[in-house]
Design a protein around this ligand. Structure first.
Ligand SMILES: [Zn+2]
Length: 430
């Protein structure tokens, strides 16, 4: 059935290089000008990738090509693994996002979010992790399921149902009169018993990550990112409940104490990590935790957000702490902390997220290391490295290409010209 669907898609997307195929077991040969496979330290010239069904069956040179194969000629392109964004919120949009989710029904949020993730796929993001989202009815998991069922094209989706927050924290709405009862964008959790119940409910409703707002946040009104919100007991309860079901915890943490406490209590990844210190770096390495620093969104906020608008608090504190946080990230990268690409994309322009690569290069990564941060490192974070993150035999054929060489100009990744997901051609541009 899957092969039959592939044949139909291939027919729909037939181009000069691609002719309609009648044989569902057709092998496609992708000719690569340069290949960055996500594993090796340097690019390889004139490689050929063979794809059958949804997987890569061979990687070699031109001798692999047979006249029976369908050809995709990318000899003018640099070919890479599909990009993985480890921190996204497809359902969030607008500056006043904390109440925007109430304007549309869950059905509208799903339709809107589907369009958003399709745009991301088109830019080369073949996999995303959702860091909790704003729809009370888990519309983003309906999007994921519909994509997995083959109803729509879209990226592979993993992630958390909601961000879990204390009363008055970053997932609460702190600027509405206390006479109003309002559905918050995050789920409010106070104390051990509520944490057990909420984590179980998140898992029941499809979460394969649990997201905790361990500290205050930049974007939400009325809380302070320098404060730690959850107690040790609440964090370890979340980790224990989740881990018992083989589900990891991602911890939003700005404050130093919150970062360090979340790592020690078992969070697999720290999101933002703004005020990390030397002790945090030591803990990242000791506990093998990942850092998803979401750097470019701060630059974007300073460039584009209205300093007096709904994101005034965000702009002010981003400006204040920008330089110190960049120093911390530099140190973490230098020390060998596992750093992944995460954009915190909340409905910004589709190619917004790939600017994160340039930020990582500015902070000390080589372009090759930055590419790995957005491919194989994130695949390992997701524990999906057997299927994703590199161009190797046996892996899913999630493949992208750029016209120029991103090792020379990392911004090429904001101009992805070719996208294939699981052997299905999504886009091919000159
Ligand atoms: Zn976020």
């Amino acid at each position: 059935m899957k092969l039959y669907i592939l044949a139909i898609f291939t027919f729909i997307f037939s181009t000069n290089q691609l002719s309609a195929q009648s044989n569902p077991e057709q092998i496609t040969a992708i000719i690569c000008g340069k290949l960055i496979d996500g594993k090796s330290g340097k690019a390889r010239n004139n490689a050929v990738i063979l794809v059958a069904g949804e997987r890569i069956i061979e990687v070699g040179d031109k001798e692999l090509i047979s006249p029976d194969y369908q050809l995709i000629d990318l000899s003018d392109y640099t070919v890479l693994p599909g990009m993985i964004d480890a921190h996204t919120h497809p359902l969030i949009y607008g500056d006043d996002y904390q109440t925007n989710h109430l304007k549309g029904t869950s059905a509208y949020n799903a339709l809107h979010g589907l369009k958003v993730v399709q745009n991301w796929l088109n830019e080369g993001w073949t996999t995303i992790r959702i860091a909790g989202d704003a729809d009370v009815n888990y519309a983003h998991f309906e999007i994921r399921d519909a994509i997995n069922e083959g109803l729509f094209k879209g990226p592979r989706i993993f992630g958390a149902g909601h961000y879990l927050s204390i009363t008055g924290g970053g997932g609460d709405i702190n600027y509405i009169s206390n006479e109003q009862s309002i559905i918050t964008d995050g789920l409010i959790v106070d104390g051990k018993e509520e944490m057990i119940k909420t984590v179980r409910k998140e898992i029941k409703n499809g979460s394969d990550w649990i997201k905790l707002l361990v500290t205050g946040a930049f974007m939400s009104a009325g809380d302070n990112p320098q404060n730690v919100h959850f107690s040790d007991e609440e964090i370890s309860t979340a980790v224990e409940e989740a881990n018992r079901r083989n589900i990891p915890v991602m911890a939003h943490a700005h404050a130093t104490k919150g970062i360090n406490q979340a790592i020690k209590l078992g969070a697999r990844s720290i999101e933002h990590g703004t005020f990390l210190d030397d002790e945090s770096i030591r803990l990242f390495l000791e506990y093998d935790a990942y850092l998803i620093p979401t750097i470019y969104i701060g630059e974007y906020a300073l460039e584009t957000f209205d300093a007096d608008g709904p994101q005034a608090k965000n702009v002010e504190i981003t400006k204040k702490y920008r330089d110190a946080s960049r120093e911390g990230y530099k140190k973490a990268i230098k020390a060998g902390v596992k750093v992944g690409v995460g954009s915190d994309n909340v409905g910004f322009p589709p190619n917004f997220a790939a600017n994160e690569f340039g930020q990582l290069v500015d902070l000390g990564m080589s372009p090759m290391e930055a590419i790995k941060a957005g491919t194989i490192v994130n695949a390992e974070l997701l524990q999906k490295e057997q299927d994703l993150g590199s161009i190797e035999v046996g892996k899913l054929a999630d493949i992208i290409a750029t016209k120029g060489n991103p090792l020379q100009d990392i911004s090429e990744l904001t101009r992805v010209k070719f996208v294939m997901k699981g052997g299905e051609l999504i886009k091919l541009e000159e």
